[in-house]
Each structure stands twice: as structure tokens, then as C-alpha cells.
Ligand binder design. Structure first.
Ligand SMILES: Cc1cc2nc3c(=O)[nH]c(=O)nc-3n(C[C@H](O)[C@H](O)[C@H](O)COP(=O)(O)OP(=O)(O)OC[C@H]3O[C@@H](n4cnc5c(N)ncnc54)[C@H](O)[C@@H]3O)c2cc1C
Length: 452
């Protein structure tokens, strides 16, 4: 087991510092984290916050037990860099490099291993949590706290250290991009792959999908392998999502596979011009990363540039539609038909998801016997005169309600309180809040994620 003793000592000091930081904040000061990066799409921030330096490290990796002890603010980029040399990876690695383990557990995460391994919180063995009372509690003694962390967005407490399971990997991934004309065929294929963990007689270790239009869908299945006849590289001039339309099969290193979507933020770098061959050549490769693009988008929101351009073009404004939603796989064709018809954003990302075990996660309940598909879309839509600024996002919420679906809360949400409580375990949340943050020192979940 590789343990860095200094890291343990540093971690204890960092825990003490953040605990003291919370205790010393004036009682009426809002509590928030002061982190270098974020993947939230609610740009409501503010100055100040709890300093969390020293909680962003991998403390140890145990290659025999296949576990890692990790500071709560550690990015997946650093986590993967620590585990891959041991031939291991976290069971689910969200696609954006600066998503942190703590953020993915309390704010949910998903990736192409989720059809088998569920969501990142399902492979957390234990966590130390700084609660609203200012205590650092272990979830080993408080299992209900672990159960309530997913989808709590730091409103019950902050995960300072987590022990997670790891899974073995092979050095390369062989990809097959399989085209389907109709959404119904895609839904059938995703359901079948999730059940059998194979496609056309070959093992599937990872699977996701990309929709370019109502008649052009791809399911990408991957198998981890020990050798590769050639390797592609999409961190340079090549662009991964375009390769899906251009080739039937491909080989990537496991490292490049895990970060395939980060270089171009799926396809969202297009809006910033980064996919234009001239701009791409001039844009330094170290800045071809999702966190750089997100900072640029945050700047645009602050300056209101896109809104101004849309208004000059005659629209009533633009509505950012940055969402990941979940629908049962058999409702996928219906959801996509609505989406193409009324929202019209493309491409769209698909990722099948099945809960790993039968445990209940009350704040983001899923039926363990149902295969869901995560549908991700991240762009703007123009508003017509008279439409409310959240017109399209609210419409998506309403359609989801009728399909037994719901959405992640990392972006904007407009749910009325009763709908929100029914979808996200409101009664259980209130019990946990009364137990772990009785004085309401931390924000309330509805206020934090909906009303702001
Ligand atoms: C365009 C886009 C696409 C996305 N696509 C995906 C995707 O495909 N797959 C995926 O997995 N996720 C995706 N996400 C969502 C992302 O995983 C979540 O937003 C996640 O919560 C971000 O984690 P972070 O570490 O950046 O946390 P932050 O953005 O810093 O914080 C998120 C929230 O969690 C709280 N928090 C952060 N760390 C802790 C902690 N240690 N303990 C308690 N609370 C904490 C914060 O207070 C905050 O409320 C996407 C987001 C965007 C914007």
C-alpha cells in the first residue's frame, strides 16, 4: 500500500483549518466553498468562503484492496493520475477533468461505465463529513448521512475525505461506433447492452451515445484491451465527437479514453471557435480544457455578450439550456421526439445508467430494476417575444415529470416546491437537515438549487 505519511498529517491540519474556518464565520455569513474550479452552471457565486487548501490530494492508493483514500476536493484529473499507474481507476470517472470527487458525490456524476457501476457515490465506502453543527462525522457511524449526501449539494455537510472502490483497467480501449437511424433502435440497443454487457457477441466495458439529428444516432461501445494496432489522439487537431461520424472503430489509450470529452467540452468548444482549424492551431493545447472554456462562458454571462448579440438579431434573448436529465430507457424515443421538436439543440449526449445495487439513495431516487438513459444537452435557445426567460427549461421539467424522469441540479431549475420535494426526497431531506444542520448554518437545498 502506498501511503504518504506527510499527506496524512497535512490532511489532518487541513481538516482542522476548515473546521475552524466554519466556526469563525459570523453566524449570518453565507457558507460556501472557496475552490479554484467549479462545474456548476449557476453563476451566482460571491466572494469569500471556506478555504479548503490541502483537501485536494489523494492520500493513499491500496492496489491490493483496490481502494483509495481521497481528499474531498481532489479533482478526477489528479485522482486518475494517482490510480492509473496501479492499473486501476475509480468505478465511474466523470468526463470533465476538474470535477472533484466530493462534487461528483454530492452533485452526482455519470459516465460510460454507469450502465454497470451506477453513479460515483455508489462506490464510496465511507466518508468524513463536516456537518452544519461544525463536527466532523464518519459515515461509518452515521450511514444515513452517507445515504443523504448524493444530491445534497453541500447543504448537509462537506465531504472532507472519502474511501472509494477502484476497478482494474487495461491499457487500451477498442471503440466501435454503431449507427442507428431511429431513436427506438437506440433505446433497444442501450437496454440490451445494459442487460447483457455485450454487443454483437463481444464484451462491452463502457458505452455511451451521441445524437446528431432525429435520424442520425450512434452508440459507442468500448472494450478494454491489452494491445492496440494503432492509437488515435484527439487532444491535437482531431476532434473526438466528429470521429464518431467518420469512423466505425478506433483505439485510444485508457487515459485518452477517460478524458476524450474534456478537450472539446464534449462539443461545446465549438461556440468559442476552438474547432475552427486556424483558431485550433493557434489555441495552446494546454488551454484546450473544459475548465478554461467554462471560465470563458462565465465571463460571457457576466458581460451579457450572447444576450446582446441575440437581441440585435431580433430575438427576445437567449435562454441557456445546460442540463442532464434521466428518463427510463423505454421513454427515450418519446423524450427525444419532444426535444428535437421543441428545443432543437444538437448534438445530444446519451449515457445508459443502472443502479449498481439495491440500496436506496433518497435524495435522488432511482428504481434499481429500471435502466435509465442520461440525456445531456448544453447550449442556448432563442426566446420569442413574450416567452419567460426560463421557458424552455421549465417545459423540459414538465415533460420529464410525465415520463418518470428527473434532472440533475448542477444548473438552473424552476420546480415549484411540491414538485421538487416529490422528486428529490423532500421528507427525508428535512429529517437529515434537522439531524446534521439543525440551526440551518448551511443553505437549504431548494434555496440553493432553485431559487438561488
Ligand atoms: C456542461 C456540463 C456537463 C456536465 N456533464 C457531466 C457529465 O457528463 N457527467 C458528470 O458526471 N457530471 C457532469 N456534469 C455535472 C458535474 O458533475 C456536477 O456539476 C458536479 O457537482 C461538479 O463537481 P465539482 O467538483 O466541479 O463541484 P463544484 O461545482 O465546486 O460544486 C458543486 C456543488 O457541490 C458542493 N460541493 C463541492 N464539493 C463538495 C464536497 N467535498 N462536499 C460537499 N459538497 C461539495 C458545492 O457546494 C456545490 O454546491 C456536467 C456539468 C456541466 C456544467
Amino acid at each position: 500500500m502506498s501511503v504518504v505519511v506527510d499527506a496524512e498529517t497535512d490532511h489532518r491540519r487541513a481538516v482542522e483549518a476548515v473546521r475552524r474556518g466554519l466556526a469563525e464565520l459570523p453566524p449570518d455569513a453565507p457558507v460556501r466553498l472557496r475552490k479554484k474550479t467549479s462545474n456548476l452552471f449557476r453563476f451566482r457565486g460571491g466572494e469569500g468562503g471556506l478555504r479548503v487548501e490541502g483537501l485536494d490530494r489523494v492520500l493513499s492508493v491500496d492496489p491490493v484492496a483496490r481502494t483509495a483514500d481521497v481528499g474531498g476536493m481532489t479533482t478526477y484529473e489528479d485522482l486518475v493520475a494517482a490510480t492509473l499507474p496501479h492499473g486501476l481507476m475509480p468505478l465511474v470517472v466523470p468526463q470533465l477533468k476538474t470535477i472533484t470527487l466530493g462534487g461528483a458525490v454530492v452533485g452526482l456524476g455519470i459516465e460510460s461505465s454507469s450502465f454497470r457501476d451506477g453513479l460515483p457515490h455508489e462506490s464510496v465506502l465511507e466518508a468524513d463529513v463536516l456537518t452544519g453543527t461544525g463536527e466532523v462525522l464518519s459515515t461509518t457511524e452515521h450511514p444515513d448521512l452517507l445515504g443523504g449526501l448524493p444530491n445534497s449539494y453541500g447543504t448537509l455537510g462537506y465531504a472532507l475525505r472519502l474511501r472509494i472502490e477502484l476497478a482494474p483497467v487495461r491499457p487500451f480501449v477498442r471503440l466501435r461506433h454503431v449507427r442507428f437511424d431511429s431513436a427506438a433502435e437506440v433505446a433497444t440497443a442501450l437496454a440490451e447492452i445494459t442487460e447483457s454487457r455485450s454487443w454483437a457477441g463481444e464484451r462491452v466495458d463502457v458505452v455511451d451515445g451521441t445524437v446528431f439529428s432525429d435520424h442520425e444516432h450512434y452508440v459507442t461501445v468500448g472494450e478494454m484491451v491489452d494491445t492496440a494496432p494503432y492509437l488515435s489522439d484527439y487532444t491535437g487537431q482531431g476532434i473526438y465527437y466528429r470521429s464518431i461520424q467518420e469512423r466505425d472503430s478506433d483505439f485510444l489509450t485508457i487515459h485518452d479514453y477517460l478524458w476524450r470529452w474534456d478537450t472539446d467540452w464534449f462539443w461545446c468548444s465549438r461556440a468559442l471557435g476552438v474547432q475552427h482549424p486556424v483558431v485550433r492551431r493557434l489555441w495552446p493545447s494546454r488551454y484546450r480544457r473544459s475548465d478554461v472554456y467554462r471560465r470563458l462562458v462565465a465571463l460571457d454571462r457576466r458581460l451579457g455578450l450572447s444576450q446582446a448579440v441575440a437581441r440585435r438579431g431580433g430575438a427576445a434573448g437567449v435562454e441557456p439550456i445546460i442540463q442532464d436529465v434521466e428518463v427510463p430507457v423505454d421513454r427515450l424515443p418519446e423524450f427525444l421526439a419532444f426535444f428535437h421538436d421543441e428545443i432543437g439543440i444538437s448534438p445530444v449526449w446519451l449515457c445508459p445508467l443502472r443502479q449498481r445495487d439495491r440500496r436506496s439513495w433518497p435524495l435522488y431516487p432511482l428504481d434499481p430494476d429500471t435502466t435509465y438513459v442520461n440525456v445531456g444537452f448544453w447550449s442556448d435557445a432563442e426566446l420569442s417575444p413574450g416567452q419567460a426567460p426560463d421557458h424552455h427549461n421549465r417545459r423540459i421539467e414538465q415533460v420529464l415529470l410525465g415520463m418518470d424522469g428527473h434532472k440533475s441540479l448542477y444548473s438552473t431549475a424552476s420546480y415549484p416546491r411540491e414538485e421538487f420535494d416529490a422528486l428529490y426526497g423532500g421528507a427525508t431531506y428535512r429529517e437529515l437537515k434537522a439531524r446534521y444542520d439543525p440551526d440551518g448554518r448551511l443553505p437549504d437545498l431548494y434555496t440553493k438549487t432553485v431559487t438561488g
